[in-house]
Design a protein around this ligand. Sequence first.
Ligand code: FES
Length: 75
Amino acid sequence: MAREVRHTATGPLKLDEDDVDPEKGDVAICRCGISEEYPFCDGSHNATTDEDEGVVYRYEDGERYVVEEIVYADE
Ligand code: FES
């Protein structure tokens, strides 16, 4: 399994104490790439639990799609 993730930011996001979860006392960074609160985890990763190995997925507007082919710029 893999995911196609599109980024539009052009620089870093600096975290501060306001980013700490008031209940858990921690900061969870999204590693699945589909959080609506990106770069913070919002639990959206639960939608990825049944992904198949060897398949590339794209998530958009709450829907999951299978990416047929990835075309790289240098090919
Ligand atoms: S790791 Fe991406 S939403 Fe939780």
